[in-house]
Design a protein around this ligand. Structure first.
Ligand SMILES: [Cu+2]
Length: 307
C-alpha cells in the first residue's frame, strides 16, 4: 500500500528535477516559478537541534545538486507549526524556497529514521591554536593574511582606523548568510562614504574561511560583485590555521563535515586603538547599526587614554 503512494511521489520528484535542469543551470532540483525569482527545492536531512524561538531548526541536509553542498545550517520555518513534534535526530524532508533576499522552509515531514550507519556524523572538533576568546575591550592580536590583490595584509596596519571584520565563503549560496554579510558591508561602505563630516579612517575586512577555494583572484571577482572600493574594503585569504584562529577567537565557527562547509556568523568592530568594540552575532544586524559602531570606533583617539 505504502509503495503505491511512494512510487508516484518519486516519479513526480524526478519529473521536477528534469524540468528544473532544462530550465536553469542554477538548480538541477530547483524550479524557477514563472514571473518570480523564487527557487524551490525538495530537500532531505536530519534535525540537529531546534531553537527556542520555535521557528528555527538546525538541519544537516544532503547535497542540493548544483546549488549547495551538504551542510548543517539553521532554517526558518514559514510557520512554527511546521516544526511541531519534531526533535533532534529526526530525519525529515522539506521544501526550501529561496528568493533574492529570503529563504524559508515548509512542508516539513518526518521520514523513517535513517540507518544507524549514517549517524552520528563526525564531530565538530578541529585542531587550532589554543587561544582565549576575545571579549569587548580586548586588543585584536596581529594576524597576517593576503588580500584580493595578492598583497600581504596585517591587522596591525589598521591601527588608527575603525575596522569591521566579517567572515564568509564566496560559494555560500544562501542569501541570508554570507551574501547578506557582504551586502550589509556594501551598504555600510556606501553610508560611511557619504556621511556629512563622516570619518575617513575606517576599513572593512571580509575574511574567507574557505581559503583553498577563495584565492585572491576569486576574492577579487567577489569584491567586484559587491562594488567594493579597495581603499576601504579588503577581502582576505590566508593560512587555514590563522583563519581558524581569528575566527575562533570571536566565536565564528566553521567546519567541514563530509566535504561540506558548515558555519555560523560573526561580525566584529575594532576601534581605532585596536580594541574589540562590538561583536554582532548572526544576521539580524543592519548596516545602519554597523555604521553607528564604526563612527564611534573611528572617533576613539589615543590621546584620550593611557595606553
Ligand atoms: Cu555562508
Amino acid at each position: 500500500m505504502v509503495r503505491l503512494f511512494l512510487l508516484p511521489t518519486l516519479a513526480a520528484l524526478a519529473a521536477t528535477s528534469c524540468q528544473g535542469a532544462t530550465e536553469t543551470k542554477v538548480a538541477a532540483t530547483g524550479i524557477i516559478l514563472e514571473g518570480t525569482t523564487q527557487q524551490v527545492f525538495q530537500v532531505k536531512g536530519v534535525i540537529k537541534g531546534l531553537k527556542p524561538d520555535g521557528k528555527t531548526v538546525e538541519i544537516r541536509h544532503e547535497e542540493i545538486p548544483n546549488y549547495m553542498p551538504a551542510m548543517t545550517m539553521p532554517f526558518e520555518a514559514k510557520e512554527p507549526k511546521e516544526l511541531m513534534g519534531l526533535k533532534a535526530g529526526d530525519a525529515v524532508s522539506f521544501r526550501m524556497t529561496v528568493t533574492s533576499s529570503e529563504v524559508w522552509i515548509d512542508q516539513v515531514r518526518k521520514l523513517a529514521p535513517p540507518p544507524l550507519t549514517e549517524l552520528p556524523s563526525r564531530g565538530t572538533f578541529r585542531f587550532v591554536r589554543d587561544l582565549a576568546p576575545l571579549q569587548v575591550g580586548d586588543p585584536l592580536p596581529e594576524y597576517r593574511f593576503t588580500n584580493e590583490l595578492g598583497q600581504a595584509v596585517s591587522t596591525r596596519q589598521f591601527s588608527g582606523q575603525a575596522l569591521a571584520i566579517t567572515f564568509i565563503f564566496t560559494r555560500c549560496p544562501l542569501p541570508n548568510f554570507c551574501p547578506r554579510m557582504s551586502s550589509n558591508f556594501a551598504e555600510a561602505q556606501e553610508k560611511l562614504g557619504s556621511l556629512p563630516n563622516g570619518p575617513t579612517n575606517w576599513h572593512l575586512l571580509t575574511i574567507s574561511f574557505d581559503p583553498d577555494f577563495d584565492t585572491p583572484v576569486i576574492l577579487k571577482a567577489y569584491s567586484q560583485r559587491f562594488g567594493a572600493n579597495a581603499q576601504h574594503w579588503s577581502f582576505l585569504t590566508g593560512d587555514q590555521i590563522d583563519i581558524s584562529a581569528i575566527s575562533e577567537q570571536f566565536g565564528q565557527m566553521f567546519w567541514r563535515d563530509q566535504g561540506a562547509i558548515n558555519h555560523n556568523l560573526r561580525t566584529v568592530v575594532v576601534d581605532a586603538l585596536g580594541r574589540v568594540q562590538k561583536i554582532f552575532e548572526g544576521n539580524k544586524w543592519t548596516s545602519q547599526e554597523l555604521v553607528a559602531e564604526m563612527v564611534k570606533a573611528a572617533a576613539v583617539k589615543s590621546g584620550s587614554l593611557q595606553r
